[in-house]
Design a binder for this molecule. Structure first.
Ligand code: PHE
Ligand code: ZN
Length: 852
């Protein structure tokens, strides 16, 4: 393929060159105005002694109106292009000054400085700073920033510590050198929930959660989560906070979850605001995790940052890994692990198995925004989990200490990261490094042999071909295995097998009977396990396994095979599965959250992929019908138990957003949805009417809608919550997710006609279009209406917000699984998008890769 086939030039990791100059300091002055903000910059540059190429003074800059430029006080006339400017500069150190004008109010891309509901906010990662002023906008250029903001707005925030403030201005100084992508500015009529934290060395840190008026009652949880995160990072990683103040701001219009700007984290309001009435248990858990994630970036991302954007997983993989550890500590570790496995399989395996597959550390890109992916984040975190499993907890801690010691204040690479582990442990990690460079989910085939005395496990691995990588070498796979004897007793506790070759055998001696293996315990590696087994064996593991992940997995496999048999062969629901389920739901020794997870059926997408893996063409409607029939059968089998189970798990104490109560509520909601099939909605209506929290209210509404009931409640919900944007997002989404396959596109389309639908707010857009893409049978309905509607809206959104448009194109990434008719319709939509004049680089790259 030519470099410029779609969306402009390709950037390669191998072409990395340091910038020709270092930045000694940066001083910025903002005179805020919605349509004519003036940005003055004063930057001291000096030649970079480490530069390899001839020095080229090129500064990135996009959509900027250059008013003037000076070098050492003398006006100069740089050569200005759409991407930046170039100028002749003196030999030694010099002071560069510019004044530019920008229009935050016209910035709908939500990158750079933009306005959201009357407040000013910034988003600079990855390359948004170049929309604020001319600068070497790359993460390896780090500097100390001083920022003066001039505006009549009462709250003016930037990074670092506040050094001066007065009538109409505020000045901030950040003593820690940082790349421009961590710059942030916020200005508005905001209210704060204040707090404070004393670090372990006795330093008092001022904390604030800043929100718009009306949201001040929804900050407590975020504040508590922040304090817990600060404490946890001290206790577990020995990391202390390093400024006098830490600010969190909630903004309504935001492309992602949140952003770790130094000392001034900016959050999508959906990732901060929560009260029992407006947020579900799932929302609370997500908020806690994102607050932690952004806070943890202070060390893994900010103090130690990335040399270039190919190294994104250096900060993201590690920080996701750290926030998973945190959630496991704060809540239930097994439930978190199962959730992570579900998420990885649902999003990352899907990506890894299709046209968008790329290594955890990509080697080329056109638009870096397209690489904030499940692979970089979640597989990046799994790779660190494997590293920890392989070297052990102690060595991991030692390596991390060395990492912080050795690289504090630097912009690093994956090589630096792995070197730290090699130096700390003496281990050779060259084969392990393949996890960073080879895309695709390894498939591990397991077979066993028993000769009456010795049990032999043989593991074979195969990494499938992916775009640009036809052949793969074997990777290092930590494979955790336990063995049970036929009575259900564990005879071999979890053992870590290290698979390094294409095929390898491991033997176990001293066993009396042929054991039943419990493979891939704890989901010890992000691989697809292929092993011949029986439903009896799965039921056995579901009943006896000591490893919660493996136990859940056995239940899931059982459900899957029962569903496939129903969808495929028109068989009745498997009795062994229903039987196992009935035992499990009543097992009081099991955490209700675990029971809820085990009862959840494999998703439509998961089943579609399973068919594709069997070399078959999935039929979305048949999959939908099969799941419906299975739910009916489960409800029928459990019908005498439902009322009791529901009562036993209904929380009556005052709401607490913790794992214990949340687990009960999620289990009760699962039971309620089954009851709704039996009682015509009586129990769900009662729960809806009595609910004093969003988990129960939404759970009841969802149970009703899933059974074509609840139109009254749906209307009442909108009346009650019309003033709450985040709750209304749920209202939009739930209707689309529960729409029947033949109606989903119409329901979504009707919702877009409402005055409170706006594509300028990514949350609202995703509530409708994201929900449509997730409603598999609806999206893939044979009429093609789902494809067309999504494409129509992506076409409308692209000129306004390329980033969100491009992300949502991934709804089409599984297209090659489907039949010729569907493939034809999808291709047509993708080509319609690709052909648009002026299509963004973001969307153009995505569509190009999906079609390739
Ligand atoms: N760096 C952010 C995070 O992972 C994500 C992000 C990327 C936000 C790009 C905005 C834009 O925490
Ligand atoms: Zn992150």
């Amino acid at each position: 393929m030519k470099d410029t086939d779609t969306g402009g030039p390709t950037i390669y990791l191998k072409d990395y060159q340091p910038f020709g100059f270092v930045v000694r300091d940066v001083s910025l002055r903002f005179v805020l105005h919605p349509t004519a903000t003036r940005v003055h910059s004063r930057i001291t540059f000096a030649p970079n002694p480490d530069a390899t190429a001839p020095r080229d003074f090129f500064l990135d800059g996009e959509d900027l109106k250059l008013i003037e430029a000076r070098i050492d006080g003398t006006p100069v006339t740089p050569e200005v292009t759409a991407e930046g400017l170039r100028c002749d500069v003196p030999e030694g150190e010099f002071v560069w000054e510019t004044e530019v004008e920008i229009a935050p109010d016209e910035n709908t891309a939500l990158e750079g400085l933009y306005m959201s509901n009357g407040m000013y906010s910034t988003q600079c990662e990855a390359q948004g700073f170049r929309k604020i002023t001319y600068y070497p906008d790359r993460p390896d250029v780090m500097s100390v920033f001083t920022v003066r903001i001039e505006s009549d707005l009462p709250v003016l925030l930037s990074n670092g510590n506040k050094v001066a403030t007065g009538e109409g201005f505020a000045e901030w100084h950040d003593p820690w050198p940082k790349p421009a992508y961590l710059f942030a500015l916020v200005a508005g009529e905001l209210l704060n929930l204040p707090g404070s934290f004393t670090t372990r060395s006795g330093k008092e840190v001022e904390l604030n959660v800043w929100v718009r008026k009306g949201d001040e009652d929804k900050c407590d949880f975020a504040m508590e989560a922040l304090k817990k995160s600060m404490k946890w990072d001290e206790d577990v990683y020995g990391r202390e906070y390093d400024l006098d103040i830490f600010n969190i701001v909630a903004v309504d219009d935001f492309n992602m979850g949140a952003m770790e700007n130094k000392g001034l984290n900016i959050f999508n309001s959906s990732a901060v605001l929560a009260s029992p009435e407006t947020a579900t248990d799932g929302n609370f858990e997500r908020i806690e995790a994102i607050i932690a994630h952004e806070y943890f970036h202070n060390w893994t991302g900010n103090r130690i940052t990335c040399r270039d954007w190919f190294q994104l997983c250096l900060k993201e993989g590690l920080t996701v890994f750290r926030d998973s550890q945190f959630t496991a500590d704060m809540r239930s570790a097994p439930v978190k692990r199962i959730g992570d496995a579900l998420d990885l399989r649902g999003r990352q395996f899907r990506e890894d198995g299709g046209p968008l597959a790329h290594p955890v550390r990509p080697e080329s890109f056109k638009e870096i925004n397209n690489f904030y992916t499940a692979t970089v984040y979640e597989k990046g975190a799994e790779v660190i989990g494997m590293l920890k499993r392989l070297v052990g907890d102690e060595a991991y801690a030692k390596a991390l200490d060395l990492y912080f010691d050795r690289h504090d204040g630097q912009a690093c690479t994956i090589e630096d990261w792995l070197k730290v582990f090699e130096d700390a442990t003496g281990r050779d990690l060259s084969q392990f490094k393949l996890w960073y460079s080879q895309a695709g989910t390894p498939k591990v085939t397991m077979s066993e042999d028993w000769d009456g005395a010795t049990y032999t496990v043989t593991l074979k691995q195969q990494v499938p071909p992916t775009p640009g990588q036809p052949e793969k070498a074997p990777q290092v796979i930590p494979f955790a295995l336990g063995l049970l004897d036929p009575s259900g007793k564990e005879v071999q506790p979890t053992t870590l097998l290290e698979l390094t070759e294409a095929e390898q055998s491991f033997t176990f001696k001293g066993l009396k009977n042929r054991p039943i293996p419990s493979p891939l315990r704890g989901f010890s590696a992000p691989v697809i396990l292929d092993r011949e087994t029986t439903n009896e064996e799965r039921a056995f593991l579901l009943a006896h396994d000591t490893d919660p992940f493996a136990r859940w997995e056995a239940g899931r496999q059982l459900a899957k095979s029962a569903l496939i048999a129903m969808i495929d062969g028109g068989q009745a629901p498997d009795a062994a599965y229903l039987d196992a389920l009935r035992q499990l739901v009543k097992d009081e020794t099991l955490d209700p959250a675990f029971r809820a997870l085990t009862m959840a059926l494999p998703s439509e997408d998961d089943l579609a992929q399973t068919f594709a893996d069997m070399g078959r063409t999935p039929d979305p409607q048949a999959i939908w019908d099969g799941r419906e029939a299975m739910r009916g059968a489960v409800a029928e089998v459990l019908k005498d138990d439902l009322t009791l189970l529901y009562a036993a798990n209904t929380v009556t104490e005052p709401f607490r957003p913790d794992a214990e109560q949340g687990g009960k509520r999620s289990f009760a909601n699962v039971i309620l949805s089954l009851m709704t099939r039996q009682d015509n909605g009586d129990a769900a209506r009662a729960q809806y009417a009595a609910a004093d929290n969003m988990t129960q209210q939404l759970g009841a509404l969802s149970a009703l809608l899933a059974n074509d009931l609840g139109s009254l409640e749906l209307g009442a919900f909108a009346d009650q919550w019309q003033g709450e944007r985040l709750v209304m997002d749920k209202w939009f989404a739930i209707q689309v997710s529960h729409a029947r396959p033949d109606q989903a596109a119409q329901v979504a389309s009707d919702l877009t006609e409402r005055p409170d639908f706006t594509m300028k707010n990514p949350n609202r857009f995703r509530a409708v279009m994201g929900a449509l893409a997730m409603n598999q049978a609806g999206f893939h309905h044979a009429s093609g209406a789902g494809y067309k509607l999504l494409a129509d809206w992506l076409i409308k959104l692209d000129p306004l917000n390329p980033q969100t448009t491009a992300r949502m194109c991934s709804a089409f990434q599984t297209w090659r699984r489907y039949d010729a008719d569907r493939q034809g319709m999808i291709r047509e939509e993708l080509e319609r998008i690709a052909a648009l004049p002026g299509l963004s680089r973001d969307t153009s790259e995505m569509v190009g890769r999906i079609l390739e």
